[in-house]
Design a protein around this ligand. Structure first.
Ligand code: FES
Ligand SMILES: [Fe+2]
Length: 447
């Protein structure tokens, strides 16, 4: 019973419920749903895998995963980005086991076959002695990842050769990426290496939380209020706009209550302000000027947060940072987080260091806010495995509440950016759109 399969009719009912602001709780823990997600969402869409600064030089490589597909991403000697399945064409051994490095060739640890940066098989141990006509080396190169594209230095891959272009997939999110990632002339760079850790939760909970849930901030992150970093006002994370974008993407642009700020441009160094004028439109600059926190998600599992945080107590100045992270599904109740800290290349070193510290103290693996979230997400999944939740016939209507702002909040037509923008961040509009995209993709598989 517990993990019984879902059929088309059930998915259609789920869709209707989502449109009314309800999500069946078993969607977080049902194994059949999970298997469908891997095939019909993750294998179909674009997945963020790295930032270009991680493979800045010829020969640089990183190893990543799209769920269970191992990816070897490198920059070849001609400066081109290449992505291969990180699995040897001989017997399937994981070809490269390091997280990152610089190499001109890759030799498999099993039988020693060697591949070049173009994925070609160029060396076989004892090849002349053990293989004759049966071996055509050109047939046994590394398998290419079907699609690889980048936007503002963010590299995405897709296992689907027919996927729409990355730019079409991102849609209106590009306008907001430009503000965070394209505001300075030389773009962003990754500071340190991405951190990775495991959380016992479902990937949708974390995507949904970053994408559409500023409402949790005052309670879950209560400690920041007690430390004097966040205001006492329980509505403090509601001020600003929640913007619903196409394809299940969404972003919250949180401001202060009156839209003023004692940290223009998120406290970014004055040296960079001139560059904002060169690289952003006046509308984008105005948004950057007053936004205190950018937080959102790109469907399915790329999220970002760019807040201001302090490490020195209530009287110390706050420093902003840009954090991108992926939620890699490992099981219905387990994800691997991969988390990147990005800084403007043109920023002074002292700011880069302060920004990194600000990230580590808040959303790094042991950061206060990160720990708050992980605990909550784990407990949601723990509470979603039982008989009553799973048994659709006992109590099929065991739905969760996503009705905030459903009939009440009208879009703000004066918002200068793309998407449907609502004049508050305490709203479930992004979450509803996220789950609608999710169920639509599962339903497409049923066609
Ligand atoms: S599995 Fe790689 S050389 Fe045999
Ligand atoms: Fe949070």
């Amino acid at each position: 019973m517990a993990y019984k399969t879902v059929d088309r009719q059930t998915l259609e009912e789920v869709k209707t419920k989502i449109q009314r602001g309800m999500l069946p709780q078993w969607a977080f823990t049902n194994h059949d749903i999970y298997e469908r997600e891997l095939e019909h969402i993750y294998a179909k869409t674009w997945n963020f895998i790295a930032h270009e600064s991680e493979i800045a030089n010829p020969g640089d490589y990183v190893t990543r995963w799209i769920v269970n597909d191992p990816i070897l991403l490198l920059r070849d000697k001609d400066g081109q980005m290449k992505a291969y399945l990180n699995s040897c064409a001989h017997r399937g051994m994981q070809l490269c086991s390091a997280d990152f490095g610089n190499k001109s060739t890759f030799t498999c640890p099993y039988h020693g076959w060697t591949f070049n940066q173009k994925g070609e098989l160029i060396g076989i141990v004892a090849g002349n002695k053990v293989y004759g006509h049966e071996m055509d080396k050109s047939q046994w190169g590394l398998r290419k990842i079907p699609r690889l594209e980048s936007y503002r230095g963010m590299i995405f891959a897709s296992l689907n050769p027919d996927a729409e272009s990355l730019e079409d997939f991102l849609g209106g999110m590009k306008w907001y990426f430009d503000i965070m990632l394209g505001r300075t002339t030389n773009g962003m760079e990754v500071r340190g290496v991405p951190h990775r850790w495991i959380i016992n939760t479902n990937w949708k909970i974390s995507s949904d939380n970053f994408g559409g849930d500023p409402y949790h901030t005052a309670m879950t992150h209560r400690s920041t209020v007690e430390l004097g970093i966040s205001p006492q006002d329980p509505l403090y994370a509601s001020y600003g706009h929640q913007v619903v974008l196409e394809n299940g993407h969404g972003i919250n642009l949180c401001t202060t209550k009156d839209g003023g700020t004692k940290y223009p441009y998120q406290g970014l160094p004055k040296e960079l302000w001139g560059e904002f004028e060169q690289n952003l439109t006046p509308e984008q600059r105005a948004v950057l000027y007053k936004t205190v926190v950018f937080v959102g998600s790109c469907f399915p599992n790329l999220s970002f947060v760019s807040p201001m945080h302090g490490t020195g107590g209530p009287d110390e100045p706050l420093t902003s940072f840009v954090n991108f992270r992926t939620w890699r599904p490992l099981a219905p109740d387990k994800i691997e987080v991969c988390s990147w800290l990005l800084v403007d290349k043109d920023a002074p070193e002292s700011f880069k260091e302060a920004s990194y510290k600000s990230y580590i103290g808040s959303f790094g693996p042991a950061g206060t806010l990160e720990q708050d979230d992980g605990e909550i997400w784990t407990r949601v999944v723990d509470a979603s495995k039982g008989y009553m939740i799973q048994h659709k016939d006992v109590h099929y209507d065991n739905v969760l509440n996503y009705i905030m702002g459903l009939d009440r909040v009208e879009p703000d037509e004066s918002w200068p950016g793309p998407g449907v923008a609502y004049p508050t961040c305490y709203l479930d509009a992004i979450s509803r759109a996220f789950y609608e995209q999710w169920v639509d993709m599962l339903l497409a598989s049923e066609a």
